[in-house]
Design a binder for this molecule. Structure first.
Ligand SMILES: [Mg+2]
Length: 290
C-alpha cells in the first residue's frame, strides 16, 4: 500500500468510510477475499461506513439480502445507491407529478408513493412527464421504451441519469451499463442529463452528511469532509470525484481498474490526479486504520 505521506499519514484522523460495492466488496457476483472480515472489523470498532454504489438494478432491501447471501452483512440503512438518491431527488422535485422510470420492477420499489407512469401510459399519444429517469434495466431498456423516454424528454421531461457508468464486470465479463443510454438520449434529444449517482458531488456530500450525523450521534462532535475517505475501484468515478467533493480518496486494486489507470490519471491535466492512498484491497486498508 502506498500514499504520498505514507499510509498512516494519509489515513490519519479518518473517522468514517464510504465503500464502493463492485470491485471493493464484490466482483463478478462473488465476494472479494477479506471483504466480509473487513466489514465485521469496522462494525466491531464502530467505524461508521456507508456502501455507496451506482448499482441501480436492485432496491436497497434486495441489495442487502443479496449481499447477505454472499456472506456480507449490510443493512439497507447503510446503503446509498444511485437508485435511492434518484428516488429521493424525484420525491423532492416532482412529488405528485407523473414521472417515467426506466428500471426493473424491484428498483421501482424505491419510488414508492410517487406517480410512476406505466410503459403503456408513457407511450400513449400526447403523454407528458415531469422527468424521465434512466437506470440499469436489462429487460426494460429496449428500443420501444428508450423511444418513449426520448419522446417525453423532447416534450419537456427532465432527463435524469441514475448514473452514467460505461460498463461493469458481471460473471459473463465486461458488460454495457446504462450510461450509454443516458448519453444516447442526450445525443438524440439535445437535453443535458442530471446525473445523481457517483461522481456527482451532491452524492458524496449526502453520504458524508450521513457519516457526520452518525459520528455526532455517538458523541464524536463535529466532523469535516476530510475526516471521511471514499474507497473505490474506479479511479475517476469513485476516488478522484470524492477528492473533488472534499473527501479523501482510496484506490483499491481489487476491481476493474489497475495500476495503469494511476499513471494515466496522474498524467492527465484535466480531471486527473492521484489518490491519497492506493491499497490492494479493503482488507489491506482496514488493517492499516489506526
Ligand atoms: Mg466499483
Amino acid at each position: 500500500m502506498t500514499g504520498p505521506k505514507g499510509v498512516t499519514g494519509a489515513l490519519a484522523g479518518v473517522r468514517g468510510l464510504l465503500l464502493d460495492l463492485d470491485g471493493v466488496l464484490l466482483l463478478a457476483g462473488r465476494p472479494i477475499p477479506g471483504a466480509a472480515d473487513a466489514i465485521r472489523a469496522l462494525d466491531a470498532r464502530r467505524v461508521p461506513y456507508r456502501i455507496v454504489t451506482n448499482t441501480s438494478v436492485w432496491s436497497r432491501p434486495t441489495l442487502s439480502r443479496y449481499s447477505e447471501s454472499l456472506g456480507l452483512s449490510i443493512p439497507p440503512s447503510r446503503i446509498l445507491s444511485a437508485l435511492s438518491v434518484s428516488a429521493a431527488y424525484t420525491r423532492e422535485h416532482f412529488d405528485g407529478r407523473p414521472i417515467y422510470v426506466l428500471a426493473t420492477d424491484d428498483a421501482r420499489i424505491e419510488f414508492d408513493g410517487q406517480r410512476l407512469l406505466s410503459h403503456e401510459n408513457a407511450a400513449a399519444p400526447g403523454a407528458r412527464a415531469a422527468a424521465g429517469v434512466i437506470g440499469d434495466a436489462p429487460d426494460e431498456a429496449n428500443y420501444a421504451n428508450l423511444n418513449v423516454a426520448f419522446r417525453l424528454i423532447r416534450g419537456g421531461a427532465q432527463l435524469i441519469g441514475m448514473h452514467r457508468n460505461r460498463w461493469w464486470i458481471t460473471p459473463e465479463g465486461p458488460t454495457l451499463d446504462s450510461g450509454a443510454f443516458v448519453a444516447g438520449l442526450e445525443f438524440a434529444s439535445g437535453a443535458k442529463a442530471v446525473v445523481l449517482g457517483k461522481p456527482s458531488i451532491a452524492f458524496f456530500a449526502q453520504a458524508a452528511r450521513e457519516l457526520a450525523a452518525e459520528v455526532a450521534a455517538s458523541g464524536g462532535g463535529r466532523s469535516r469532509k476530510r475526516d471521511f475517505a471514499m474507497v473505490g475501484d474506479d479511479l475517476w468515478t469513485d476516488v478522484l470525484a470524492a477528492q473533488r467533493a472534499g473527501l479523501r480518496g482510496v484506490f483499491v486494486l481489487s476491481g476493474k481498474h489497475g495500476r495503469e489507470e494511476l499513471a494515466k490519471a496522474a498524467a492527465q491535466r484535466r480531471g486527473g490526479g492521484r489518490p491519497d492512498v492506493v491499497a490492494g484491497s479493503l482488507a489491506e486498508l482496514v488493517a492499516e486504520l489506526d
